[in-house]
Design a protein around this ligand. Structure first.
Ligand code: CO
Length: 270
C-alpha cells in the first residue's frame, strides 16, 4: 500500500522589502489555517532576490530546490500554488519545472494552482476588491491608477481587460503596466484630456516592493509620480500590495483548494 503524504509549495517572485514580508506572511497564515494538516513550504523564483537575502542570512529555496527536497522527503501529492498575478512568463516557467519533476522515477503527483487573475470569476472578485480598498477620501473626479507589472507574454492583455471591468463601475480608474502597455503615457493623456487634478497611485502587485517604491512612487524623473507631477497632476501613493488584503488572498487560497481537490482524481488513477 502506498502511503500518502501531501504537501503545499507556495511560489512567489520574492522581495527584500520588509513590508513585503508581512504580505507573504499573511498568505502563509491563511494557507496554514485553511489546510492545517498539510505542510507548507515556500520558494522564490527570483535568483537575485534569493542571493541578496542569503547574504543577510535568510535562506529561501528556488522552485527546483524546494521540489527536490520534497521529493527526497517522500511527499506523494504536491499542490504548487503560484502567487503570481497573471498567467505570464513566470507562471509558465513554473509549470515547465513542475512537469519536469513529474517525469522523474520517484516523482509525485503535482497540481499547480492558478495565479490571481485566471477566470472571469477572478476578474469580478479582483475588480471588486480593488475598488473596496481605494482610500475613502478619494473623490469621483480624482483618478485611481493601478500599476501592474506586465510583460511581453500574451497574458499582458489581462491588464486591459481588468481596466475595462473597473471602468464599468468607475470610469476614472486605470490600470497600467510598468514593463508593458497600457503605459503611464497612455493613461497620462486621458487624465489630461479629462482635466483630472489628482491621481491615487496604487500597486497592482502582490507586494509593494521595488517597483512600487521606485517606479511608482519614487522621486526619479521616470517614476509615475514624477511623470504625473510634471504635468500638474497631484499624486497620492498608496503603498500596499494585493497580498496584504484578505479578500485578495482568499482568491489565491481558493485556487489552491481547487489544486488540492484534484488530488483525488489522481488517486483513482493510481
Ligand atoms: Co519587474
Amino acid at each position: 500500500m502506498h502511503l500518502i503524504k501531501k504537501g503545499i509549495l507556495l511560489v512567489a517572485f520574492g522581495s527584500r522589502i520588509p513590508a513585503a514580508q508581512s504580505a507573504y506572511q499573511n498568505i502563509d497564515q491563511k494557507v496554514k489555517t485553511t489546510f492545517p494538516q498539510i505542510p507548507v513550504r515556500w520558494a522564490y523564483t527570483s535568483a537575485i532576490i534569493r542571493r541578496k537575502l542569503a547574504e543577510g542570512g535568510i535562506q529561501i529555496d528556488s522552485v527546483e530546490i524546494a521540489l527536490a527536497k520534497m521529493m527526497d522527503e517522500g511527499f506523494t501529492h504536491l499542490a504548487v500554488q503560484s502567487l503570481q498575478t497573471v498567467s505570464g512568463k513566470e507562471y509558465h516557467d513554473l509549470v515547465r519545472i513542475v512537469r519536469a519533476f513529474e517525469l522523474m522515477p520517484h516523482g509525485f503527483q503535482i497540481t499547480v494552482g492558478y495565479p490571481l487573475l485566471s477566470s472571469s470569476l477572478d476578474m469580478t472578485r479582483v475588480a471588486a476588491a480593488l475598488i473596496r480598498h481605494i482610500p475613502q477620501e478619494r473623490k469621483n473626479e480624482e483618478a485611481v491608477v493601478f500599476m501592474g507589472h506586465g510583460g511581453s507574454h500574451p497574458s499582458n492583455a489581462v491588464y486591459t481587460a481588468l481596466m475595462y471591468h473597473l471602468q464599468q463601475k468607475d470610469p476614472n480608474i486605470f490600470v497600467g503596466c510598468v514593463e508593458s502597455s497600457p503605459t503611464i503615457e497612455n493613461i497620462k493623456q486621458i487624465l489630461l484630456d479629462r482635466k483630472i487634478k489628482t491621481a491615487y497611485l496604487i500597486p497592482f502587485m502582490s507586494v509593494a516592493g521595488h517597483h512600487a517604491l521606485k517606479d511608482l512612487a519614487g522621486n526619479d524623473e521616470n517614476s509615475w509620480k514624477s511623470i504625473l507631477t510634471a504635468c500638474g497632476i497631484k499624486s497620492v501613493a498608496v503603498l500596499k500590495g494585493t497580498a496584504e488584503y484578505d479578500d485578495m488572498v482568499d482568491i489565491w487560497v481558493d485556487h489552491l483548494k481547487d489544486a488540492i481537490a484534484s488530488f483525488s482524481s489522481f488517486e483513482v488513477q493510481a
